[in-house]
Design a protein around this ligand. Structure first.
Ligand SMILES: [Zn+2]
Length: 266
């Protein structure tokens, strides 16, 4: 597979980040969180300028593509495209398979980070299976994108708060009640960064693999057309059936397959 930054970035115009998209000088990924590591590059000139004018350099904003690298996986061959969100400080990554910059309805998943599900195989939720299914689907399709959204743990409340919410669920609260009992939002996720990443990849229209109507609405609000919402249904198990039912009943997730297991579990 060839790396093709030209195709990926052909629609870059900097408009989504106030024209502050960089000139590519950070493509080696040697800077992190918006901070220069060693200030080798023209710092002398800039510092002189600051000294002369007394003005601080403009703060970066928006989402910047930092690096891309070939990534063979269990599911197929991807390009990992790394981004730095200057507004939040989050490092983000999109896994891209095939050529997605040609204008079609691109099979796409916006996957909210879930360490327990994605990395540990937790059965509390279905995240790990959804991620694997999405990567398999994109590879089978021949092209597509999985945007892995960091900072989305526990619907945006963070890892430790999510673990606390899980502890409350073990005591009988549902996932919505648990977040609220902690004084936290039911869903604090923002999808603006995902839209900007898709835009950078040249993706304007998606077939969105999701059961969550809010993801579709969020992409639409950020200017990405959703041609179709593709169900990503994972067979439930005894450990997650209550959680899934809550997502269906209280968060409006489209999970029609739960009807089939109604008789199996209380
Ligand atoms: Zn999860």
């Amino acid at each position: 597979m060839t790396e093709n930054l030209g195709v990926i970035g052909k629609r870059n115009n900097g408009q989504r980040n106030n024209g502050q998209r960089n000139s590519g000088r950070r493509s080696d990924g040697q800077e992190k969180n918006g901070q220069k590591k060693n200030g080798q590059e023209k710092d002398g000139q800039r510092n002189n300028c600051e000294a002369n004018t007394g003005e601080k350099p403009a703060q970066r904003s928006g989402v910047e593509r930092v690096v891309h690298v070939s990534l063979p996986t269990l599911y197929g061959h991807f390009r990992a495209v790394g981004y730095l969100d200057h507004d939040s400080g989050d490092e983000q990554v999109a896994l891209v398979h095939g050529d997605v910059g040609t204008g079609g309805d691109v099979l796409t998943r916006l996957h909210s980070e879930c360490l327990t599900g994605d990395a540990f195989g937790s059965r509390h939720c279905e995240c790990g299976d959804q991620l694997a299914s999405a990567l398999r689907a994109v590879a089978a399709e021949g092209s597509g994108v999985v945007v892995y959204l960091r900072g989305h743990e526990g619907r945006g409340i963070g890892l430790l708060a999510k673990l606390r919410a899980m502890a409350l669920q073990a005591e009988g609260l549902d996932t919505v009640e648990a977040n609220l009992a902690l004084g936290l939002p039911v869903d604090a996720r923002d999808y603006g960064v995902a839209a900007r990443i898709l835009d950078d990849l040249g993706v304007t229209s998606v077939r969105l693999m999701s059961n969550n109507p809010r993801k579709r609405e969020a992409l639409l609000s950020h200017g990405i057309h959703v041609a179709e919402q593709v169900p990503l249904l994972i067979e439930p198990c005894e450990n997650n059936i209550t959680y899934l039912r809550t997502k269906r009943e209280r968060l409006d997730h489209h999970l029609p397959h739960l009807d089939a297991v109604a008789a199996h579990w209380p």
